[in-house]
Ligand binder design. Structure first.
Ligand code: GLN
Length: 572
């Protein structure tokens, strides 16, 4: 198998980088792969990425956010692993559902082929049938416009589940040629407190296990909580049979966006490019500029995410990233806290232990400069979100509602401002007499199956002069969706249009409300979409930037005045 692309009339080999991990999970393999992607793009190389996930689920769409973190949604409606969010944010490209392959989806494909009789009576086996399908998933990303495909092998070397992946990438190198493949292995070098030493043995063991699958790394990325001295790098080089210059250290950093710069300093991209015969020097000026805006802010804003999965911050990963991008854009430091929606009282007071962040205990919502109501599924926590929405509306605290968050804002307004006490969503109260948020007619037959999701990018038309249109600077936008329930324009016109609660963006056919806002409020905006998925450090999502700007203004108004005046909390 030779994979070559034909660009500018010239045929050339596509290159492949495989990132594996050893010693422990959660070492930042995804960020390593994404950072390498950024460094290649900075050399003018076109990159795409793939995550191989060892679990049996067909995709992460059905996984509990508490267990697996956020489900990242691609433009084409793929429900994918959250690492794809890192990939997109770092390489600044839209990926598709083809960039995530789970063991389940690979078996599913092979079994469907078996049922069709495609294997002509042969015994279907892990090798070659499953490994062939894995290789096909990698190869199909090598389109004409792509120079390098970076594949992250999920899981940890030594896991039973990832053996077919390791075997497939071993075969892959043989098939496309040694000079077209580079293996990068990410490990952990722990610090032993009692002896005050950093230990390389786990790294040595994990490389031994990797080599037993026939994969010899070209470079090793050593994660550590403190810098690794040169002699330990030499030791790893010796024991693991990689050159000393190919042992890169990645100690913990303050911001994930520093990682590409750390790798570049360590020469990781040089080693990989040499291996693959890729030329050019990276131009990291733009990345450094974007990064510098994250550093040394003169002032801070205190933002709360009020959601039901707040105990696992990864469940709202893209929301948190979009907030940090917009904070950098507005020149403020982000003080982010996580509030359990179930513990928000109608008064806006927070019950004990509602705040799970690292910061001090926060007694009530007015202590924040802005509140984000993120997405979610199922009835639990929605009443608390509705309480929070009410509080932000009445006390003029900037509020951004995302999907379920927008639905909660709409229900709140209907109940408390328009006196429509019965107003609800059929997701929360299936028997409600006023279902302002409901499945679409054509979905009701599927109700027992939970309806079908609206997934991926959908366009919307914005109301000229609205806060939303001002934030975007245009009136035609497209954002990604992941939900079943909707607010229709028909329902809006019949029950909610009081001249203040504005449907500021609708679907092009005029049937669905995609954005809402409140006239006269500093910032009370909701969207049925998830703009956080498209936010990048250098291109923050416009609704987040406008929200952060409003939060910054509130923070300034609350800050202690000069000449010894006391601070005046707003709104209470
Ligand atoms: N559960 C809601 C729906 O399905 C909202 C989903 C979300 O917030 N992503 O419509």
């Amino acid at each position: 198998m030779k994979v070559s692309a034909d660009r500018d009339g010239k045929s050339r080999d596509v290159k492949f980088i495989f990132v594996t991990g050893g010693v422990s999970s959660s070492l930042g393999k995804g960020l390593t792969a994404a950072s390498l992607g950024r460094l290649l793009k900075a050399r003018g190389i076109s990159v795409t990425m793939l995550k191989l996930d060892p679990y049996i689920n067909i995709d992460p769409g059905t996984l509990n956010p508490f267990e697996h973190g956020e489900v990242f949604v691609t433009e084409d409606g793929g429900e994918t692993d959250l690492d794809l969010g890192h990939y997109e944010r770092f390489i600044d490209e839209h990926l598709t559902k083809n960039s995530n392959a789970t063991t389940g989806s690979i078996y599913f494909e092979v079994l469907a082929a078996e049922r069709r009789g495609d294997f002509l009576g042969k015994t279907v086996q892990v090798i070659p049938h499953i490994t062939n399908e894995i290789k096909r998933r990698i190869r199909r990303l090598a389109t004409d416009d792509i120079d390098v495909v970076i594949t992250e092998v999920g899981g940890t070397v030594g896991d039973i589940e990832i053996l077919p992946f390791l075997e497939a990438i071993r075969q892959f190198r043989l098939e496309v040629g040694r000079d077209n493949v580079s293996f990068v292995h990410v490990t952990f070098v722990p610090y032993m407190g009692p002896t005050g030493e950093q230990k390389t043995k786990p790294t040595q063991h994990s490389v031994t296990v990797l080599r037993s699958s026939g994969v010899q790394p070209d470079a090793i990325v050593c994660r550590s909580d403190r810098p690794l001295p040169e002699d330990l790098k030499l030791k790893i080089s010796n024991f693991c049979d990689v050159s000393a210059s190919a042992v890169a250290n990645a100690p913990d950093v303050e911001s994930i966006y520093e990682i590409p710069l750390v790798f570049h300093e360590e020469g990781l991209d040089r080693v990989v490019c040499q291996r693959l015969g890729l030329e050019g020097r990276p131009d990291l000026t733009a990345w450094k500029q974007a990064l510098s805006s994250l550093k040394d802010p003169q002032e801070t804003t205190r933002i709360a995410i009020v959601g039901k999965y707040v105990r696992l911050h990864d469940a709202y990963l893209s929301v948190a990233e979009a907030l940090s991008h917009s904070a950098a854009q507005c020149g403020v430091g982000l003080e982010l806290e996580w509030v359990d929606a179930e513990l928000v009282l109608p008064s806006g007071e927070l019950m004990h232990q509602a705040v799970t962040g690292v910061n001090s205990h926060t007694p009530s919502l007015p202590d924040f400069d802005g509140i984000v109501l993120p997405g979610g599924f199922g009835p639990r926590g929605i009443e608390g979100k509705t309480n929070a929405a009410h509080f932000t509306r009445v006390y003029e605290i900037p509020c951004l509602g995302l999907c379920l968050g927008m639905q909660a804002m709409t229900i709140e307004y209907a109940r408390n401002q328009l006196q429509l006490q019965a107003a609800s969503s059929t997701e929360l109260h299936p028997q409600t007499t006023l279902p302002i948020i409901d499945l679409m007619h054509d979905q009701r037959d599927l109700k027992n199956l939970g309806g079908t999701m609206r997934l991926g990018a959908y366009p919307a038309v914005l109301l000229e002069g609205s806060a939303v249109a001002t934030a975007y600077g245009v009136t035609e936008v497209s954002e990604r969706h992941r939900h079943r329930y909707e607010l229709t324009t028909e329902c809006y016109a019949a029950h909610l249009d009081d001249g203040d609660f504005i449907a500021s963006g609708v679907s092009p056919d005029g049937k669905l409300v995609e954005f809402i806002e409140l006239r006269g409020h500093p910032y009370w905006v909701g969207t049925q979409a998830h703009p956080e998925f498209k936010s990048r450090l250098n291109k923050p999502a416009p609704l987040f930037t406008a929200f952060m700007q409003a939060a910054k203004e509130r923070s300034r108004a609350r800050a202690p005045r000069l000449f010894g005046q006391e601070s005046q909390p707003l709104g209470v």
